[in-house]
Design a protein around this ligand. Structure first.
Ligand code: HEC
Length: 177
Protein backbone atom coordinates (compact mmCIF):
# COMPACT_ATOMS: atom_id res chain seq x y z
CA UNK A 1 0.00 0.00 0.00
CA UNK A 2 2.82 2.34 0.93
CA UNK A 3 4.38 1.85 -2.50
CA UNK A 4 1.18 2.84 -4.26
CA UNK A 5 0.97 6.07 -2.27
CA UNK A 6 4.52 6.99 -3.13
CA UNK A 7 4.62 6.07 -6.80
CA UNK A 8 2.78 9.17 -8.15
CA UNK A 9 5.15 11.37 -6.17
CA UNK A 10 8.16 9.50 -7.52
CA UNK A 11 6.77 9.75 -11.04
CA UNK A 12 6.35 13.48 -10.62
CA UNK A 13 9.99 13.69 -9.62
CA UNK A 14 10.91 11.65 -12.69
CA UNK A 15 12.43 8.90 -10.56
CA UNK A 16 10.26 6.07 -11.84
CA UNK A 17 9.49 5.09 -15.41
CA UNK A 18 6.02 4.63 -16.87
CA UNK A 19 6.43 0.84 -17.02
CA UNK A 20 6.76 0.75 -13.25
CA UNK A 21 3.56 2.77 -12.95
CA UNK A 22 1.79 0.16 -15.11
CA UNK A 23 2.95 -2.48 -12.66
CA UNK A 24 1.44 -0.62 -9.72
CA UNK A 25 -1.94 -0.54 -11.46
CA UNK A 26 -2.21 -4.35 -11.39
CA UNK A 27 -3.62 -6.11 -8.39
CA UNK A 28 -3.05 -9.83 -8.22
CA UNK A 29 -5.59 -12.09 -6.64
CA UNK A 30 -4.53 -13.22 -3.21
CA UNK A 31 -7.43 -15.61 -2.72
CA UNK A 32 -6.81 -19.01 -1.19
CA UNK A 33 -5.16 -21.31 -3.71
CA UNK A 34 -7.50 -23.32 -5.96
CA UNK A 35 -6.79 -26.34 -3.79
CA UNK A 36 -4.81 -25.77 -0.68
CA UNK A 37 -2.76 -28.83 -1.58
CA UNK A 38 -4.09 -30.54 1.54
CA UNK A 39 -2.32 -28.05 3.82
CA UNK A 40 -3.31 -25.17 6.09
CA UNK A 41 -1.47 -22.34 4.35
CA UNK A 42 -0.85 -18.65 4.99
CA UNK A 43 -0.07 -16.39 2.02
CA UNK A 44 2.90 -14.10 2.79
CA UNK A 45 4.35 -12.65 -0.46
CA UNK A 46 3.59 -12.09 -4.13
CA UNK A 47 6.59 -11.38 -6.37
CA UNK A 48 5.93 -9.98 -9.85
CA UNK A 49 8.37 -10.30 -12.77
CA UNK A 50 8.91 -8.01 -15.76
CA UNK A 51 7.68 -10.69 -18.18
CA UNK A 52 4.18 -10.61 -16.63
CA UNK A 53 4.66 -13.80 -14.61
CA UNK A 54 4.30 -13.75 -10.85
CA UNK A 55 4.68 -16.04 -7.87
CA UNK A 56 2.68 -16.41 -4.68
CA UNK A 57 4.37 -17.72 -1.56
CA UNK A 58 2.73 -19.64 1.27
CA UNK A 59 3.89 -21.15 4.53
CA UNK A 60 2.17 -23.74 6.66
CA UNK A 61 0.34 -22.01 9.51
CA UNK A 62 1.96 -24.20 12.16
CA UNK A 63 5.44 -23.30 10.84
CA UNK A 64 4.63 -19.57 10.81
CA UNK A 65 3.80 -19.79 14.51
CA UNK A 66 7.19 -21.34 15.26
CA UNK A 67 9.21 -18.77 13.29
CA UNK A 68 11.49 -16.49 15.36
CA UNK A 69 13.13 -13.34 13.94
CA UNK A 70 16.86 -13.80 13.28
CA UNK A 71 16.69 -17.56 13.88
CA UNK A 72 16.95 -20.27 11.21
CA UNK A 73 13.69 -21.95 10.23
CA UNK A 74 12.72 -24.77 12.61
CA UNK A 75 12.80 -28.35 11.35
CA UNK A 76 9.65 -29.38 9.53
CA UNK A 77 8.96 -25.88 8.11
CA UNK A 78 7.24 -26.18 4.74
CA UNK A 79 7.02 -23.34 2.19
CA UNK A 80 5.19 -23.45 -1.15
CA UNK A 81 5.50 -21.16 -4.15
CA UNK A 82 2.88 -21.07 -6.91
CA UNK A 83 4.06 -19.82 -10.29
CA UNK A 84 1.65 -18.00 -12.60
CA UNK A 85 2.65 -17.43 -16.22
CA UNK A 86 -0.01 -14.70 -16.46
CA UNK A 87 -3.02 -13.63 -14.35
CA UNK A 88 -4.71 -16.74 -12.98
CA UNK A 89 -2.71 -19.19 -15.14
CA UNK A 90 -1.22 -21.56 -12.58
CA UNK A 91 1.92 -23.45 -13.58
CA UNK A 92 4.31 -25.40 -11.39
CA UNK A 93 4.14 -25.34 -7.60
CA UNK A 94 7.61 -25.40 -6.05
CA UNK A 95 8.06 -26.28 -2.41
CA UNK A 96 10.70 -26.95 0.17
CA UNK A 97 10.91 -28.38 3.67
CA UNK A 98 13.53 -28.25 6.41
CA UNK A 99 14.59 -31.83 7.19
CA UNK A 100 17.26 -32.43 9.86
CA UNK A 101 18.52 -28.86 9.49
CA UNK A 102 18.73 -28.89 5.68
CA UNK A 103 16.32 -27.69 3.03
CA UNK A 104 14.94 -30.34 0.72
CA UNK A 105 13.03 -29.48 -2.45
CA UNK A 106 10.12 -30.68 -4.55
CA UNK A 107 7.64 -29.59 -7.23
CA UNK A 108 4.42 -30.65 -8.96
CA UNK A 109 2.08 -29.28 -11.65
CA UNK A 110 -0.30 -26.86 -9.89
CA UNK A 111 -3.38 -28.30 -11.57
CA UNK A 112 -2.27 -31.90 -11.02
CA UNK A 113 -2.14 -34.08 -7.95
CA UNK A 114 -0.08 -32.45 -5.17
CA UNK A 115 3.23 -34.23 -4.64
CA UNK A 116 4.69 -33.02 -1.36
CA UNK A 117 7.70 -35.33 -1.37
CA UNK A 118 11.07 -33.61 -1.05
CA UNK A 119 14.69 -34.51 -1.76
CA UNK A 120 18.03 -32.66 -1.58
CA UNK A 121 18.13 -31.16 -5.08
CA UNK A 122 21.41 -29.55 -6.08
CA UNK A 123 19.78 -27.64 -8.94
CA UNK A 124 17.51 -25.80 -6.50
CA UNK A 125 20.13 -25.30 -3.81
CA UNK A 126 22.69 -23.88 -6.23
CA UNK A 127 20.56 -20.81 -6.85
CA UNK A 128 19.11 -20.56 -3.33
CA UNK A 129 22.63 -20.56 -1.87
CA UNK A 130 22.82 -16.89 -2.87
CA UNK A 131 20.31 -16.27 -0.08
CA UNK A 132 22.42 -18.16 2.48
CA UNK A 133 22.26 -15.25 4.90
CA UNK A 134 18.49 -15.59 5.15
CA UNK A 135 18.60 -19.37 5.54
CA UNK A 136 18.53 -19.96 1.75
CA UNK A 137 15.17 -18.24 1.56
CA UNK A 138 14.88 -15.12 -0.60
CA UNK A 139 11.49 -14.23 0.84
CA UNK A 140 12.41 -14.63 4.51
CA UNK A 141 11.91 -10.86 5.13
CA UNK A 142 8.32 -11.15 3.89
CA UNK A 143 7.76 -14.06 6.24
CA UNK A 144 9.12 -12.20 9.25
CA UNK A 145 6.85 -9.25 8.42
CA UNK A 146 3.73 -11.41 8.20
CA UNK A 147 4.71 -13.28 11.38
CA UNK A 148 4.79 -9.85 13.06
CA UNK A 149 1.27 -9.06 11.83
CA UNK A 150 1.84 -7.26 8.49
CA UNK A 151 -0.26 -7.85 5.37
CA UNK A 152 1.46 -9.93 2.64
CA UNK A 153 3.71 -7.66 0.54
CA UNK A 154 3.45 -7.63 -3.27
CA UNK A 155 6.34 -6.15 -5.24
CA UNK A 156 8.15 -6.27 -8.56
CA UNK A 157 11.51 -7.97 -9.09
CA UNK A 158 12.32 -6.39 -12.45
CA UNK A 159 14.22 -9.35 -13.88
CA UNK A 160 13.01 -12.21 -16.01
CA UNK A 161 12.23 -15.76 -14.96
CA UNK A 162 13.67 -16.87 -11.65
CA UNK A 163 16.78 -14.69 -11.80
CA UNK A 164 17.14 -13.44 -8.23
CA UNK A 165 16.94 -9.73 -7.54
CA UNK A 166 19.27 -8.06 -5.08
CA UNK A 167 18.38 -9.09 -1.55
CA UNK A 168 17.38 -5.50 -0.71
CA UNK A 169 14.39 -5.91 -3.04
CA UNK A 170 13.11 -8.84 -0.96
CA UNK A 171 13.98 -7.04 2.26
CA UNK A 172 12.24 -3.78 1.52
CA UNK A 173 9.44 -5.13 -0.65
CA UNK A 174 10.48 -2.37 -3.05
CA UNK A 175 10.18 -2.29 -6.83
CA UNK A 176 13.65 -2.95 -8.20
CA UNK A 177 16.35 -5.22 -9.52
C1 HEC B 1 17.83 -19.48 -10.90
C2 HEC B 1 17.56 -19.38 -9.48
C3 HEC B 1 16.59 -20.33 -8.81
C4 HEC B 1 16.50 -21.70 -8.93
C5 HEC B 1 17.30 -22.63 -9.83
C6 HEC B 1 15.45 -22.11 -8.01
N1 HEC B 1 14.94 -21.03 -7.34
FE1 HEC B 1 13.48 -21.06 -5.92
N2 HEC B 1 13.51 -19.04 -5.85
C7 HEC B 1 14.37 -18.23 -6.56
C8 HEC B 1 14.06 -16.84 -6.27
C9 HEC B 1 14.80 -15.64 -6.83
C10 HEC B 1 13.01 -16.84 -5.33
C11 HEC B 1 12.28 -15.64 -4.74
C12 HEC B 1 11.05 -15.32 -5.56
C13 HEC B 1 11.31 -14.55 -6.83
O1 HEC B 1 12.16 -13.64 -6.86
O2 HEC B 1 10.65 -14.84 -7.84
C14 HEC B 1 12.71 -18.25 -5.07
C15 HEC B 1 11.76 -18.68 -4.16
C16 HEC B 1 11.47 -20.00 -3.89
C17 HEC B 1 10.54 -20.45 -2.88
C18 HEC B 1 9.84 -19.53 -1.88
C19 HEC B 1 10.66 -19.46 -0.59
C20 HEC B 1 12.01 -18.77 -0.78
O3 HEC B 1 13.04 -19.47 -0.77
O4 HEC B 1 12.04 -17.52 -0.93
C21 HEC B 1 10.48 -21.80 -2.97
C22 HEC B 1 9.63 -22.74 -2.13
C23 HEC B 1 11.38 -22.20 -4.04
N3 HEC B 1 11.98 -21.08 -4.56
C24 HEC B 1 11.60 -23.52 -4.42
C25 HEC B 1 12.51 -23.88 -5.42
C26 HEC B 1 12.67 -25.26 -5.88
C27 HEC B 1 11.90 -26.46 -5.38
C28 HEC B 1 13.64 -25.23 -6.83
C29 HEC B 1 14.22 -26.38 -7.65
C30 HEC B 1 13.25 -27.19 -8.40
C31 HEC B 1 14.07 -23.84 -6.97
N4 HEC B 1 13.36 -23.08 -6.10
C32 HEC B 1 15.05 -23.43 -7.85
C33 HEC B 1 15.36 -18.62 -7.41
C34 HEC B 1 15.60 -19.92 -7.82
Amino acid sequence: MLKMLHIPALLAMGVLSVSVYAYAAQTRSVATPPGSYGLDLVHYNTVERSDGSYRRMFIERSALGRLRPGQPFPDGTRILMETYLSEGSLGTVFHKQKVNGRWQYGSFPGLGRPDLSVAPRVSCLSCHSRAARTDFTYTRPGLDAVAAGAQPAQFLCARRGRTPCSLTVYRNGAVGQ
